[in-house]
Design a protein around this ligand. Structure first.
Ligand SMILES: *[C@@H]1O[C@H](CO)[C@@H](O)[C@H](O)[C@H]1NC(C)=O
Ligand SMILES: *[C@@H]1O[C@H](CO)[C@@H](O)[C@H](O)[C@H]1NC(C)=O
Ligand SMILES: *[C@@H]1O[C@H](CO)[C@@H](O)[C@H](O)[C@H]1NC(C)=O
Length: 317
């Protein structure tokens, strides 16, 4: 159901300073209380650039969160209702980065770490900016933009190019787990070496703890851990600093849940579902580009998948 009428600002795309791009989500009327609206914008005036930071200014009274990405070919060239298309707004290459949500106190500033930037532009595989605004509350007769994004784009690449790595659970959390249940996720790294920068975590209300490790030859190195309910920040530093991931390493993550109910909780997108997500900012070398056209996913099934059944993790469990 695409039931959006929009007043499009003609001034939507301005190139002010040479490497600054400012885009808006113009006032849009929405039908439902909770709605997701997406907009795609081509990088017409930038052939090849390197995104270093983004400032996201929102009308906090109307916006729940903003998701930002770049991609090769969006499914729409304008503004569309995108609740149903979440996760499939593009065809071809894509990379999600940064973003804003109302629980964080980062003032809307997202900066890639030193050494990391994101290649984009009309002469690259990331030809469009695609962003999504999750509105809280029905939007009627608004006159101001809901969100304004300011991208700082450099002419010079940094040492590493950005892509996301996302670890997640499928399946379910068993019923009657009052003492806690861990969903386990693990994958072997089969690609060229990369650097891991920062991490983020996400569960819904039954999740109490998330942690992830890099396992190399039986040695477990902590990549990150914490309470998914602590939402003051989106991105956290890896405790021991940036980590190199090499071919043959194993990435392992787990989430702790308490489910006192007599019914299982299924993993999924809905409000009644749970999630176990551990995301990592990955930096790859330009020569390895073909392996990193899209976000990398590591997904395993709960409760059937267990660390103790995974070769390379046996020693520990
Ligand atoms: C973008 O660049 C401008 C000008 O150099 C700077 O003032 C601003 O803080 C930068 N924005 C972010 C989000 O880093
Ligand atoms: C929106 O604007 C229309 C036309 O000006 C008006 O009839 C309507 O009452 C307004 N709705 C709200 C909720 O303000
Ligand atoms: C892993 O450990 C074994 C036994 O200590 C050692 O022989 C091997 O060289 C190690 N492999 C790597 C990749 O470090």
């Amino acid at each position: 159901m695409v039931l959006i009428s929009c007043v499009t600002f003609l001034s939507f795309l301005q190139l002010s300073v040479s490497n600054q791009l400012i885009v808006e989500m113009p006032p849009t009327d929405t039908i439902e209380d909770e709605s997701y609206v997406c907009r795609s914008i081509p990088f017409e005036n930038i052939e090849k650039g390197y995104l270093e930071s983004i400032q996201i200014d929102v009308d906090r009274s109307r916006v729940h969160h903003v998701a930002t990405s770049v991609c090769e070919m969006p499914i729409s060239k304008e503004i569309w209702e995108c609740k149903e298309t979440q996760g499939s707004n593009c065809v071809g290459s894509s990379a999600g980065f940064g973003g804003w949500d109302r629980y964080t106190n980062d003032k809307g500033v997202f900066e890639f770490p030193d050494d990391l930037s994101l290649e984009l532009g009309s002469q690259t595989s990331m030809k469009y900016l695609v962003f999504q605004v999750h509105f809280s509350g029905k939007q009627i007769n608004q006159t101001k933009p809901a969100a304004t994004l300011t991208l700082n784009i450099s002419d010079k690449p940094r040492k590493y190019n950005f892509q996301g790595y996302l670890m997640g659970s499928r399946g379910f959390i068993p019923s009657n787990s009052p003492k806690g249940y861990y969903s386990n996720i693990a994958c072997e790294w089969k690609l060229p070496g990369v650097k891991a920068f920062r991490y983020r975590m996400h569960t819904h209300h039954a999740g109490y703890h998330v942690e992830a490790f890099l396992v190399r030859n039986g040695t477990w190195t902590l990549l990150g851990s914490g309470s998914p309910q602590a939402k003051a920040k989106n991105w956290f530093e890896i405790p021991g600093g940036n980590v190199n991931i090499r071919r043959g390493d194993i990435l392992a993550a787990r989430c702790l849940y308490i489910n006192k109910e007599k019914t299982p909780i299924y993993f999924g997108m809905g409000d009644d579902n749970e999630m176990c997500l551990f995301g990592i900012e990955i930096g790859f070398h330009d020569k390895d580009k073909q392996h990193f056209a899209q976000e990398l996913l590591c997904e395993t099934e709960s409760p059937t998948f267990q660390f103790k059944n995974f070769p390379g993790l046996l020693d520990y469990f």
